[in-house]
Design a protein around this ligand. Structure first.
Ligand SMILES: Cc1cc2nc3c(=O)[nH]c(=O)nc-3n(C[C@H](O)[C@H](O)[C@H](O)COP(=O)(O)OP(=O)(O)OC[C@H]3O[C@@H](n4cnc5c(N)ncnc54)[C@H](O)[C@@H]3O)c2cc1C
Length: 260
């Protein structure tokens, strides 16, 4: 079995979010991590590898620095890493990102493609389903459990207060939730091997069946018009009243604001 996992390098928001003067994220000034949903997707692929002997290839699109996330994936156990990087791919929205990743994946053999459900920076959850659409394969999103049965994949799909069990013939794309599993740690041997391993680097010329009009900033129908911090709520008002007075107090406040 061959599995492709899409991993995105994202800013580590725990270290504080930093912005450029124009309101865009200052990615260079922030620490980075592997997107959490993608790490769970990678762990799911590695467990299938442990069980069935699958080959796991990780793919990322980003700046040359995104190579770090591929090495981390390889230190966890992925077999191959592909970095898709090119100036003409900069400024991509989800449409151009998914076109790029699909163009790269067309070079590869795959039974399963696993992406995260969503990236913690863009937060759109669009890229996985868009890749499946470009490649003409089924997608099962929000996977909380993945099993293989013959040439099919069986997935528990999270759905509000329940889950659905869905079965699809491979090749198929799955979007993974961080709750899917507890990702393994890198091993010292894995880290050593990964930092000596060769990463394949592809540019625009390596993308298959993608038109220039679907790439980079020019190929992006969505552009961020403005980004700003959320308006912080005030400290609020604290009052100490008995239960009956509290109800009257709240009702008066709501009436004053014409809520009721
Ligand atoms: C604050 C903010 C808001 C944004 N809003 C929008 C918007 O509304 N519409 C829009 O089109 N773009 C938006 N963008 C741009 C967005 O970051 C890019 O489109 C991004 O390349 C992909 O979208 P996403 O991060 O939402 O991915 P998602 O669709 O949330 O990612 C799903 C999965 O796809 C895979 N994936 C995504 N990107 C990559 C990658 N580069 N390499 C490998 N795998 C990847 C990962 O497995 C990931 O878990 C926004 C960016 C920011 C910072």
């Amino acid at each position: 079995m061959k599995i492709v996992v899409c991993v995105k390098q994202v800013p580590d928001t725990k270290g504080g979010v930093k912005f450029n003067p124009d309101g865009t994220l200052d990615r260079g000034a922030m620490l980075t991590i592997m997107n959490p949903d993608d790490k769970a997707g990678l762990e799911a692929a590695l467990r299938l590898k442990d069980q069935y002997g699958a080959e796991v290839t990780v793919v990322t699109m980003g700046l040359p620095k995104a190579e770090e996330v591929l090495r981390e994936a390889m230190a966890m156990g992925a077999d191959k890493g592909i970095l898709v990087t090119d100036r003409v791919l900069g400024g991509a929205d989800t449409w151009a990102t998914s076109q790029t990743l699909a163009g790269a994946i067309r070079n590869l053999e795959y039974d399963l493609i696993i992406t995260g459900r969503q990236a913690i920076d863009g937060d759109t959850a669009q890229v996985g389903p868009q890749i499946s659409e470009h490649l003409g394969i089924p997608v099962i999103s929000y996977a909380q459990k993945i099993q293989i049965e013959g040439d099919s994949v069986i997935v528990e799909r999270q759905y509000d207060d329940r889950y659905h069990v869905l079965k699809a013939k491979m090749p198929c794309l799955i979007t993974a939730l961080a709750e899917l599993n507890e990702p393994r740690y890198m091993t010292p041997g894995g880290i050593f091997d990964a930092y000596n391993a060769e990463i394949t680097v592809w540019g625009r010329a390596n993308l298959v069946d993608v038109d220039d009009s679907n790439l980079g900033l020019k190929g992006s129908p969505t552009q961020i018009a403005k980004a700003s911090d959320k308006v912080r709520k005030g400290a609020g008002e604290k009052v100490t009243l008995d239960p009956t007075e509290s109800v009257d107090y709240i009702v008066d406040k709501l009436k004053a604001k014409h809520v009721i």
